[in-house]
Design a binder for this molecule. Structure first.
Ligand code: DX5
Ligand code: ZN
Length: 218
């Protein structure tokens, strides 16, 4: 699946940005609070409006403190998938259950320096594992290939544990990096600048999808 990140779109024209990638699988929405990351973006009211303005399922990536309190309302607002960071969560299992109870998929995200071994057991409570391939906070950064062993480990764990779990990569994904991520076992690809920085965002989505398909390890 390809999930264009609206972080690289024109924030005054989000509905048009969604229309321009109408064949995307998910629309990735980066929620930042200027505490968990040094950047401030958008929150619940914008997610509600966007949900009313597009049919593309919303993939909300919460880079915020205290997701235990703030994540479930994104599910209630209509997000299809709500991902929060393990580094910020107090009770990830309870939060995942609250997100699922509100009707969304639940996602767990890890920063590049966070290992996933301690959390392999709780992944059963989640639908998505988002492996950051840049430090969270900004679009347009360089892909960190050193994170790929973590993607491989996640994929092996999904295989051996017979889990149903999307393995999503986020940060620096483009035509030059998506094959390596797909080969390592990712099956959801977030792309911000590679999509909304392109002349034709819709074409960029199709092109990324076909490049990834050739290398999928899944
Ligand atoms: C970064 C965000 C990403 C960002 C990716 O903190 O989580 O979703 O939009 O942007 P690119 O694809 O430009 O690296
Ligand atoms: Zn993101």
């Amino acid at each position: 699946m390809i999930a264009p990140s609206i972080l690289s779109a024109d924030f005054a024209r989000l509905a048009e940005a969604a229309d321009s990638v109408s064949r995307a699988d998910w629309l990735h929405v980066d929620v930042m609070d200027a505490h968990f990351v040094p950047n401030l973006t958008i929150g619940l009211p914008v997610v509600k409006s966007l949900h009313a303005a597009t049919d593309i399922p919303l993939d909300c990536h919460l880079m915020i403190d205290d997701p235990d309190r703030w994540a479930p309302p994104y599910a209630e607002a209509g997000a299809a998938n709500v991902t929060f960071h393990i580094e910020a969560a107090h009770d990830p299992v309870a939060t995942a259950r609250a997100i699922r109870a509100a009707g969304a998929l639940a996602g767990l995200s890890v920063k590049p320096g966070t290992e996933i071994e301690p959390y392999l057991d709780v992944l059963r409570e989640f639908d998505t594992l988002l492996v950051m391939t840049v430090e969270p906070g900004f679009g347009g950064q360089e892909f960190m290939a050193e994170v790929l062993p973590k993607v491989r480990l996640a994929r092996e764990h999904v295989r051996s544990g017979h889990l149903r779990l999307f393995v999503e990569v986020d940060g620096g994904i483009g035509e030059d990096t998506i094959e390596a991520a797909a080969a390592a076992g990712a099956d959801v690809f977030v792309a911000g600048s590679a999509v909304f920085g392109a002349d034709d965002p819709g074409c960029a989505v199709e092109s990324l999808r076909s490049t990834a398909r050739g290398s999928m390890a899944v």
